[in-house]
Design a protein around this ligand. Structure first.
Ligand code: FES
Ligand SMILES: [Fe+2]
Length: 383
């Protein structure tokens, strides 16, 4: 384990010129997963869901964050709260996982201890001669912050604010005015037989698009037009030209539309959020670990109400390229069991993967990593 840790540290900290794939064992080892759960998922800002997905009082989203059952509940007072979803009696998860609706009370399915929508214990039935101190049995609350209509939580109450982590990112995203995106569309929930880092790396790089997504994504965002916009270990933005953008291109040629509107951005925010931002929408994939060699993958999108169309074709398109990613990630995961195999050099189009590796190096090992850099095409988005 000691040797694996030191290899992990060394390879994850490497700069672009020396960067290679990480040691394969880091994608299947339980101890490495425990370290990541401890140093990353228990301390870092993690994307949960869109604010619009839990828009009404009583709406909730519940999910498993590397072993912690979490619920985000919109109370009857309209406020959003992130709280533990483990009952204070004997720990049973309270609300069902996923999206749902709860009334004024959250009732445990085991012995019916009952909490209000702020997580305060209201009562426990059949306690006999035992008195329950309600104050001492409330559900722990966690930090919850919003960026561009997206909810992030942090289990560490001493963590610095999300805005610090995202400093500078709006310089590139603001041109698309994501505050216009007031509608939400839920995507898929999938279980992949792949480590969360494989799913993250795969979503972060555009290098595989021409091969894995030849008939799907490559036709609308070709690999050869992809470029690095800006980034560091904290977050990365890459971009590319949208091919299937004829109406906006026409408007642009007529004037009045910035060049950026015929491009898209990929926002990579470790540990578990990658999104495509364009003039039309912000659509994301979220990858959360389910042990060392499995991930839970959720997707979704926000967009302006005016752009909503129940479009069977685009749904089928999204499902097709998701299936391609699942297939390649699960195949890559099988390669990670090799004891003799060794990863090779990362290429320029994988700079976003290098940034992610440096994020791992900084959070897991306290490594100092490379400075923020900006590519030539950044100017397209900074008009
Ligand atoms: S575990 Fe929840 S009431 Fe007993
Ligand atoms: Fe992909």
């Amino acid at each position: 384990m000691k040797e694996l840790l030191s290899q992990y540290q060394q390879l994850a900290a490497a700069s672009m010129d020396e960067a290679t794939a990480l040691p394969f064992a880091t994608y299947c080892n339980d101890d490495i997963f425990k370290l990541e759960a401890d140093k990353i998922f228990s301390k870092e800002w993690v994307f949960a869901c869109a604010e619009q997905a839990i828009a009404n009082p009583g709406d909730y989203f519940s999910f498993n964050l590397a072993g912690e059952a979490i619920a985000i509940v919109r109370g009857q007072d309209g406020e959003l709260r992130a709280m533990s979803n483990n009952c204070r009696h004997r720990g049973t998860p309270l609300l069902d996982e996923g999206f749902g609706h709860v009334g004024r009370n959250i009732i445990c399915p085991y012995h019916a201890w009952t909490y209000d929508d702020k997580g305060a214990l209201k009562g426990a039935p059949h306690t006999g001669s035992i008195r329950i101190d309600k104050e001492k049995h409330c559900l722990p609350q966690f930090q919850l912050q919003i960026w561009s209509g997206l909810l992030f939580i942090n289990l560490d109450d001493k963590a610095p604010p999300l805005s610090q982590r995202l400093r500078g990112i709006d310089n590139y995203t603001a041109i698309f005015e994501p505050q216009r995106f007031d509608s939400y569309s839920g995507g898929n929930l999938e279980h992949w037989d792949a480590n969360w880092k494989l799913a993250m790396e795969n979503a972060a790089e555009g290098y595989h698009v021409f091969k894995v997504h030849k008939e799907t994504l490559e036709t609308v965002g070709p690999t050869k037009t992809a470029y690095y916009v800006a980034g560091s270990a904290e977050w990365t933005i890459t971009g590319g030209e949208s091919v299937d953008n004829s109406s906006k291109l026409m408007k642009w040629f007529r004037g009045g539309y910035p060049e950026a509107y015929s491009h898209y951005l990929t926002i990579i925010l470790p540990p578990s959020f990658v999104a495509i931002l364009s003039y039309d929408s912000l659509s994301w994939i979220q990858m959360l670990p389910d042990g060392a060699d499995k991930s839970v993958i959720r997707s979704g999108a926000i967009f302006p109400k005016s752009m909503f169309k129940e479009d069977k074709q685009s749904k089928a398109f999204t499902e097709a390229f998701f299936a391609e990613d699942k297939w390649i990630c699960e195949r890559a995961q099988r390669g990670m069991q090799s004891k003799l195999g060794k990863g090779g050099k990362l290429v320029e189009l994988e700079k976003s993967v290098v940034d992610f590796h440096q994020y791992l190096a900084s959070r897991l090992f306290g490594e100092n990593v490379d400075e923020f850099i900006e590519g030539d095409n950044a100017k397209i988005f900074k008009e």
